[in-house]
Design a protein around this ligand. Structure first.
Ligand code: CO
Length: 684
């Protein structure tokens, strides 16, 4: 940490926060007092979600354009105006500071969606949820312990365990798994979870290695009882230990790995002022939310003194992990980790030298517990710089010039543990204007008992232990703002042309550009054999060739949702059935599977957003990009998975008039032209 460039994240009380700064501990408490004074909190009220209700974009942009933007910097905020603000007619007024809470009474099950204004000290909206049509609030922290307590006390469940030789329920761990929505009369009216069990015989045992398969308890969290027990098949509980900390399991530690030290003697090249981050022309605000985790705001690039907006807001607001084992005790396994469990709430505290290497700046984040009390997670967001190999390099055969430049990236990341899985969310910003999002998937596989050779839906990963095939489908919400709000999206395919007139030798290749005019056209799929990409362009600003300035989204090639059309999951995860959706900005359109995903019957989110089939050409557009692997586990993924990666890339395309990195200096004096070894000398 370099004190000279990193200012404290918490502004003094006299300086109010920027409207996009995440809610802080005092704000959570202040909002809680307003709710209590309004009579909305009883002994049995719990907070299933509590976070900043961001002001609408219009208000933020008007505010950011003002001279006193509250950061004390007086610097315009990536609005693209770049102009001295007084020219815009004076300061934008400070938007109302609001928090949103999902409240549930854990005795009656009644739940509500409440917005409070800290500025006006009042409840703004208070909407009671109808769980049958609205869906239900997310899983509470207390549901983990409660689910285990309930099954441990259930005679039927204990008998099912005893039949399998498990008489000491104290060693059986229970997972409260979200239930989905299958139109079953005895399930619909209940706030429920489905519980699978794992044996943890020793305190440090890895329970996931010992699934008790064939038994699923369906638990009503309001009545606090098992209302249905599925006890379908008897497979032995796999015995082999998965405790990868145990020398008997992992073997001796490797030797020969000598230290790698990353040092920046003069400190990192970025500056962090509160939540405002600047690096090599990039400027952005860092936000954090219990549901979405990292949110990045007002991402812009400085282009020769002109501040040019690129993305107004970027986040991963949803992900679903559907499992592909059709067994009666497993068909419902599909977890919406963001909407049902809240990915941000489970953020890890990161440790320098272990989780992140180099000159690190950390941000603490604050989330709320079940009682709406703030809980600070220290070192949750990691910010650092990385060398990234060659940026550009050329040895000219005619003029003898031998040059190379090194690429760097600014990394902003956090890690979240959701049950058995651990997800690292990484955003990278490069010197040449490239933006990348990468998710690192690690942790422990969700396991089952392996029924025997030839079983189609799982991989055997240890004797008698299976890991069902599944998908991880993330949705990135990219609220684009290429040089302003008037943007459009083009689908660009690259392909060959048939031999014939104009192409007598059959070598011609060309691009086909399809403009997307309406939301009904915005559902798109990748086409790797046509190099398909999507380009977001400004409909108002052109480069020196008269072409619209833009950024291109490069997707990876992985399947979309594989669940059958018409299935419950398909209806609930419509967002995951295409790689891309394009919608017109609406401040209410935040979550691609809807606001209340837990036990939602389906049809919320994307299908609603596009129902009006609005014009998206020359509009304020939002991209929703689905990415992530279909994961049929390998034996090498057990007992803890080496990281696998997925993500996407955004690259400037005609945004600049030429390579914007010609001004990047050589890495050191010995890299200067004339100082290098003979042309063709080594560079790694
Ligand atoms: Co996986």
């Amino acid at each position: 940490m370099t004190d000279a460039v990193i200012l404290p994240a918490e502004a003094p009380a006299s300086l109010s926060a920027h409207p996009l700064d995440p809610a802080g501990p005092e704000e959570f408490l202040a909002g809680r007092r307003i709710l209590a004074e309004a009579g909305l909190l009883t002994e049995t009220t719990r907070f299933a979600y509590y976070g900043l209700e961001e002001p609408p974009k219009d208000d933020v942009l008007a505010y950011s354009a003002g001279p006193a933007d509250g950061t004390g910097t007086g610097v315009p905020d990536g609005t693209g105006t770049g102009a001295p603000v007084s020219a815009n007619g004076g300061p934008g007024s400070r938007p109302d500071r609001r928090l949103r809470a999902f409240l549930i009474d854990v005795v009656t099950g009644e739940s509500s969606d409440v917005v409070v204004s800290l500025t006006r000290h009042e409840v703004i909206t208070n909407r009671a949820l109808d769980p049958l049509t609205d869906g239900r609030v997310p899983i509470l922290d207390q549901d983990f312990a409660l689910a285990e307590e309930i099954v441990h006390a259930d005679p039927g469940w204990c008998a099912a365990m005893a039949r399998r030789g498990l008489t000491d329920v104290g060693v059986i761990r229970a997972c409260p798994l979200t239930a989905g929505s299958y139109g079953i009369a005895d399930e619909q009216p209940r706030r429920m979870v489905r519980v699978l069990a794992f044996v943890q015989a020793r305190e440090h045992d890895l329970a996931w290695a010992h699934p008790v398969d064939g038994v699923a308890a369906y638990v009503d969290l309001i009545e606090r009882r098992v209302f249905k027990l599925i006890d379908e098949l008897d497979l032995p509980v796999p015995r082999e230990s998965g405790d990868y900390d145990d020398p008997a399991v992992r073997g001796p530690l490797r030797t020969g790995l000598r230290p790698i030290e990353i040092t920046q003697p003069d400190g990192p090249s970025f500056t962090l002022d509160g939540h405002w981050l600047q690096w090599q022309g990039w400027s952005l605000r860092i936000g954090f939310d219990a549901r979405e985790g990292l949110t990045l705001h007002q991402i812009s690039l400085d282009d020769q003194g002109r501040r040019r907006p690129v993305i107004y807001r970027a986040s991963i607001p949803e992900m679903v992990v559907p499992y592909g084992d059709p067994a009666p005790t497993r068909y419902w396994q599909n977890y919406f980790d963001s909407g049902e469990y809240l990915v941000g709430k489970w953020a890890n505290s990161l440790e320098r030298g272990c989780d992140c290497l180099g000159e690190i700046a950390y941000l603490d984040v604050t989330v709320a517990d079940d009682n709406g009390q703030p809980r600070t997670i220290s070192n949750a967001v990691c910010i650092h710089e990385e060398d990234f190999g060659i940026l550009w390099k050329h040895t000219d055969i005619f003029n003898g010039s031998a040059q190379s430049r090194r690429q760097r990236r600014l990394v902003i990341s956090f890690f979240s543990t959701v049950g058995n899985y651990d997800y690292g969310f990484y955003w990278y910003f490069y010197l040449d204007g490239t933006i990348e999002c990468e998710v690192k998937l690690t942790g422990v596989l969700f396991t089952s008992a392996y029924p025997g050779d030839g079983f189609a839906h799982a991989t055997q990963i240890a004797p008698g232990l299976g890991a069902p095939g599944h998908q991880h489908l993330f949705s990135a919400r990219l609220d684009m703002m290429i040089d302003g709000r008037a943007n459009a999206v083009e689908e660009v395919d690259t392909h060959g042309l048939p031999a014939g007139p104009g192409n007598p030798h059959g070598n011609a290749l060309a691009q086909t550009v399809t403009r997307l005019h309406r939301e009904s056209q915005g559902g798109r799929r990748v086409a790797p054999d046509r190099g398909r990409v999507w380009r977001v362009i400004s409909t108002e600003h052109a480069n020196r060739f008269g072409q619209p300035v833009g950024f291109t989204l490069y997707p990876e090639a992985a399947p979309t949702l594989l669940a059958a059309p018409g299935s419950s999951l398909y209806r609930r995860a419509v967002f995951a059935t295409n790689h891309l959706w394009v919608t017109r900005y609406d401040p209410a359109h935040r979550y691609p599977a809807g606001d209340f995903v837990n036990q939602h019957p389906g049809g919320a989110g994307i299908p609603r957003f596009i129902a009006g089939d609005r014009d998206i050409d020359g509009a304020d557009v939002v991209l929703w990009h689905t990415f992530g692997p279909a994961h049929f586990p390998r034996p090498e993924d057990w007992p803890v998975m080496p990281v696998s990666r997925c993500g996407f890339t955004l690259k400037p395309t005609g945004f600049f008039d030429r390579n914007p990195t010609l001004g990047v200096p050589p890495a050191g004096p010995h890299c200067e032209p004339g100082e290098r070894a003979a042309a063709g000398g080594s560079d790694q």
